[in-house]
Write a protein that binds this ligand. Sequence first.
Ligand code: C5P
Length: 302
Amino acid sequence: MVKVRVPGKVNLALAVGPVRADGYHELGTVFQAVSLFDELTALPAARGEFHLSLQGEGADVLPADEGNLAMRAARLLAAHATEEVGVAIQVRKRIPVAGGMAGGSADAAAALVACNELWQLGLSQPQLHDLARQLGADVPFLLHGGTAIGTDRGDRIESVAARGRCHWVLALSHHGLATPAVFREFDRAASPGPAVISPELLAALETGDVARVGGLLRNDLQEPAIRLLPELGEVLDEGRDAGALGALVSGSGPTAAFLCSDADQAAALGRRLVGIAEVREVQIVHGPVPGAQIIAEEVAHG
Ligand code: C5P
């Protein structure tokens, strides 16, 4: 048995460039992994047997077959084993589904780490990153964790030496947004230039100037997400009025993320946002935290 803990992410910056020949957009993004975790357990199974079960957030709506990215990750990794393998995967979900926090990608990253260990394949971190890129644009960052720049499709990762701790309030929505739909809405209205990350934001992260980070948060998918789900604009306004250092939609949304000066401000903002009809649930988290990590392991004997 191998148990892996994997975080969700927010994007502190998400600059969207032109569409490429492969249908993906050129991105310049700054990811931060935050302390809202899924847990994935990989248990031994007979050769050729692949099972997946889910509990928690969104378990009733998610596919538990090849439609699930965690299952595809296990199958992709199995193709690199020298002998036939099998696994039974259990996922305990807390990261919202279709929320802009890369929950599906997180589970795929966790499956790669867990199965690599369970099957004793010994793939290196760069080899896992190569597989992660084949699974989805956000998967490499969930292996990496921390605070990092993503370029290309968002899947070419470079660490940022960020200082200090960011306190976030996450306002989860009653609704989900499909990432491709939000990118299509972006394309309808924009003729983007190059996807450039603000050097001021990187400097503020490196000096640990959280107030300045708050003023520099930017997401090109925010307006398209609000056009698809107008109530999101009201949730952001509420947090800004309450004095958050910064407010933005996480990734393609609709989770709204509010940066706070400390844990007390985050708790107070959380209490305010939980009373709003458009908010399904509030989570108070911090970042950066590590990417997919083994937290428990039991070796079967005999
Ligand atoms: O790679 P992933 O499957 O997570 O991406 C989901 C969708 O998001 C893609 O099918 C595409 O529509 C959009 N996307 C994009 N450009 C990126 C990343 C994602 O257009 N760089």
